[in-house]
Design a protein around this ligand. Structure first.
Ligand code: HMG
Ligand code: MG
Length: 298
């Protein structure tokens, strides 16, 4: 059985742009977010309150957030630590995401911490965010494969997921950071999480499309009952601290499949495609999304 409606968690302005070498002007970022909201996306991950030296593209978070804060959509932001939380709360952010890793190599590369040190860093962040009535998402990266460690054992992923749930996260996002997952592996992880007491209703999926598996993986997750899917407009993206990561699942490709299946998203696909074509012009590079290409060359 497939769900009647899917909530798309749009990550283009954050995951999509964080890897861009050339700085995108803050007004363009704000326009991007506004256009995504106008295209019907209801959750648009806006930026990250991380160390500006680690992700220079998002160093303008303080400038950007107030430009979009009154849009009638959810605007989650990434925060790695209490310093990041302070910055986000000072601007009135209502949705926070911490980002853990299932592997030691990526925890070190992305957060300069061991897996457990990173969890320790998130603990007060989640607690304080919940005290302020913010909703908290917990990302788990490298849920399937890791560029340094290869295949990632499921028990390692489950341990981190449970720790984040115990901390008080409202939802998790299972990250295939480098896009190596295949549908059977996805189903195995989802089932194992259920068996360990993490309900499907708390789970979102976050696929990168490196090996062209993102849609197949998404369909498997939907058949399992997942209703929250992360995607990036135009297929932008990659992670600066995971060398083999390409763009996320393109939101347009996802919407094409969901609408074809009769699943409601609230997204106006033509407006979304127009937004990605507009953004591609700013980035000076065509969108890698097959759907964007097909619909913009009609
Ligand atoms: P560190 O170097 O260990 O930092 O980095 P520290 O805790 O030792 O602090 C050093 C200095 O940085 C201090 O300043 C802090 O105040 C400052 P000093 O006292 O020396 O003057 N600092 C900050 N400044 C501003 N904002 C902050 C902040 N924190 C500390 N938040 C740290 C540790 C976590 C900060 C760093 O590793 C970092 O910022 N990492 C972020 C990396 C990142 O954003 N990666 C991409 C997102 S994850 C992803 O893309 C995967 C995902 O899409 C899912 C998937 O696909 O798998 C989510
Ligand atoms: Mg990602």
């Amino acid at each position: 059985d497939l769900p009647a409606r899917v909530r798309i968690h749009e990550v283009g302005p954050r995951d999509g742009l964080q890897n861009e070498k050339r700085t995108v002007p803050v007004e363009v970022k704000a326009d991007f977010i506004r256009r995504l909201a106008e295209a019907g996306l209801t959750t648009v991950e806006a930026t990250s309150f991380v160390h500006p030296k680690w992700v220079p593209q998002l160093a303008d978070a303080e400038e950007l957030f107030p430009l979009v804060a009154d849009l009638p959509v959810e605007l989650p932001v990434l925060v790695p630590n209490e310093r990041g939380l302070d910055r986000a709360l000072a601007l009135g952010a209502r949705r926070i995401a911490v980002f853990a890793s299932a592997t030691e190599s990526f925890a070190k590369a992305n957060l300069n911490r061991t897996v457990d040190e990173a969890l320790g860093m998130f603990d007060p962040v989640v607690r304080r965010a919940k005290d302020r009535k913010a909703r908290v998402r917990g990302y788990v990266s490298m849920c399937f494969g890791d560029p340094w460690e290869g295949a990632v054992p499921i028990h390692q992923v489950v341990r981190v997921c449970k720790a984040l749930m115990d901390m008080g996260c409202d939802e998790l996002s299972l990250g295939d950071t480098i896009g190596v997952a295949t549908p059977g592996h996805v189903l195995e992880l989802l089932s194992e999480l259920n068996e360990e007491g993490v309900p499907t209703s708390a789970l979102g999926v976050h696929f990168h499309d490196t090996y062209g598996q993102a849609l197949a993986n998404t369909l498997a997750a939907l058949q399992h009952g997942v209703t929250t899917v992360d995607a990036s407009a135009g297929g932008l993206g990659g992670c600066p601290y995971a060398k083999s990561a390409t763009g996320n699942l393109a939101t347009e490709d996802l919407v094409w499949m969901l609408h074809g299946l009769g699943i409601d998203t609230g997204v106006d696909l033509d407006r979304l495609v127009a937004t990605s074509v507009w953004m591609a012009a700013h980035l000076d590079r065509p969108s890698p999304s097959r759907t964007v290409r097909a619909l913009s060359h009609k």
